[in-house]
Design a protein around this ligand. Sequence first.
Ligand SMILES: Cc1cc2nc3c(=O)[nH]c(=O)nc-3n(C[C@H](O)[C@H](O)[C@H](O)COP(=O)(O)O)c2cc1C
Length: 162
Amino acid sequence: MSDKLKLTILVGTMTGTAQLVAQELELAWDGEEAEVQTLLMDGLDASVFRRPGLFLLCTSTYGQGDVPDNARKLYEDLAAARPDLSGVRYGVFGLGDRTYAETFNFGGRKFDELLLALGARRIGERVQHDASSGVLPEERAEEWAPGWLTEARAAAQAPAAA
Ligand SMILES: Cc1cc2nc3c(=O)[nH]c(=O)nc-3n(C[C@H](O)[C@H](O)[C@H](O)COP(=O)(O)O)c2cc1C
């Protein structure tokens, strides 16, 4: 049906864990109420945010609290082009490891801060998965997914200037 909620999951990953999370989220969301498309961030630029619907950024953290290599071009293009993203609504599922105490989950945090600075509005709290927690990120995603979809549906119906 045409009134299905459109969701684009953007995946930033080095070794594929964030992609597993995205698959879990797509499985949870895609169906009668939502139409989900998952895109690896490789090669994407700021124009991806012209897609209709809502976005979920699913990204890990590397180096000194950096976004993964495949997310760098998108991040840098957004930071340089600084498009007006005031019409964009998004969520963040970040992956990291508390062993990296100084830069825990900075990948998701960097995207979050940049999108907010460009006028986009976040739906729900930013997830900060901790690889040292003993909970698999896919399990955390499965548990988190229904609540976020409810918030996303409400956000999609809310007036733009709310
Ligand atoms: C070399 C290396 C550097 C990392 N740096 C950080 C970091 O600075 N902060 C953090 O929270 N997690 C860090 N991590 C943890 C990863 O973000 C985490 O293991 C994540 O689940 C990997 O997901 P991916 O397979 O999708 O890339 C690092 C992992 C590695 C192997």
